[in-house]
Design a protein around this ligand. Structure first.
Ligand code: HMG
Ligand code: MG
Length: 302
């Protein structure tokens, strides 16, 4: 077990079907997305972000959110959260039976404006009625803070801004706050310091980390954050995706690589790495690209 740890178990939040596919140039048909999520369900993952009920004009890749959500096989004990930016998204999600959502904002004003056409405060104001309805409906709400280690427009993002936004999301009722290095610029000491500062205001069990791997730092950052005490890690099978507002940004860290590292550290995930690798290799084939997962490359090399 890593030093200072109360538990050896890490929950992986699989975001490939949402964060990955929202940024892929290849548009996958709904039946392939459904097959992807069904395959992910068979790996032992407990949280699989399924899709996003945002404006289809902004994210055409996920315009089929309702169809996908309706047709995935929902295993007992597995959550299938979806992204919701406003009440309109909440209504669309609830109409197909969604029981967990994620709301999202950023620590940088400029990024938030490009991403959701709102200031940070406006975006949180938009969540308030969504949070109220979610509470009444018994719907769980996760919150994302983007650009926690850097912004494509503003550059440096003060840790105090990350702390303020994370605390606010926790106060308005998010059960878990995912801290996102949206453009993958962070390095381990900075990631650890940021997490430590946030954890002084939001309890560590309510925090998750979300790294994109643009500069190849994601696994190192995750290890630093595990040592600091985090036990929830977001990742995307096959490392798919990118960021439309950050040139050269790559996808999330690959789930296969995170699970391989965690198992190597003697930590538990409940995930079958072989099934995950087979799923990642299959997805790369569907997207007609080489997988970004080093583990999948190694294990499927001819
Ligand atoms: P807007 O244009 O300011 O909103 O967009 P609006 O209220 O003026 O609506 C414009 C049009 O969109 C209207 O349609 C609305 O009906 C429609 P029109 O009258 O023009 O025909 N609309 C919707 N349609 C379907 N579902 C909805 C919805 N809402 C409005 N929910 C808005 C504001 C927030 C809607 C828009 O900016 C948007 O959808 N943005 C989404 C951007 C996005 O999905 N980004 C990626 C997710 S965040 C992320 O990836 C980061 C993360 O991974 C963590 C990290 O890495 O940091 C989470
Ligand atoms: Mg992301």
């Amino acid at each position: 077990m890593l030093p200072g740890m109360s538990t050896n178990h890490v929950r992986i939040v699989e975001v490939g079907a949402r964060d990955g596919l929202q940024n892929e140039k290849t548009l996958l048909p709904a039946d392939v997305k459904i097959a992807l999520i069904d395959r992910l369900s068979s790996t032992g993952l407990k949280t699989i972000e399924a899709t996003s009920f945002v404006s289809p004009k902004w994210v055409p890749q996920l315009a089929d959110a309702a169809e996908v959500f309706q047709h995935i096989r929902k295993l007992p004990g597995v959550s299938y959260p979806v992204l919701v930016p406003n009440e309109q998204g909440y209504e669309r999600a609830r109409a197909v039976g969604v029981t967990e959502i994620a709301v999202f904002t950023a620590a940088s004003e400029a990024f938030n404006r490009k991403n959701i056409n709102a200031s940070i405060d406006e975006s949180i104001e938009r969540f308030i009625p969504v949070m109220k309805r979610a509470k009444e409906d018994g719907v769980k709400v996760r919150g994302y803070v983007s650009t926690v280690l850097g912004c494509p427009y503003q550059g440096e993002v003060p840790v105090s801004d990350v702390v303020r936004v994370a605390r606010r999301l926790h106060e308005v009722g998010c059960y878990e706050i995912s801290l996102g290095d949206t453009i993958g610029v962070g390095t381990p000491a900075k990631a650890r310091a940021m997490l430590k500062a946030v954890a002084q205001e939001v309890p560590m069990p309510a925090l998750a980390v979300h790294f994109h791997d643009t500069y190849g730092q994601a696994l190192a950052n995750i290890l630093a954050c595990l040592e600091e005490g985090v036990r929830v890690v977001d990742s995307a099978v096959s490392g798919t995706g990118g960021c439309p507002y950050a040139k050269g940004a790559t996808g999330n860290v690959a789930s296969e690589d995170v699970v391989y590292m965690l198992h190597g550290l003697g930590m538990e995930t409940g995930i079958d790495l072989d099934i995950l690798v087979a799923t990642g290799a299959w997805l790369a084939g569907q997207l007609h690209k080489e997988t970004a997962s080093r583990v999948t490359r190694a294990l499927t090399a001819a």
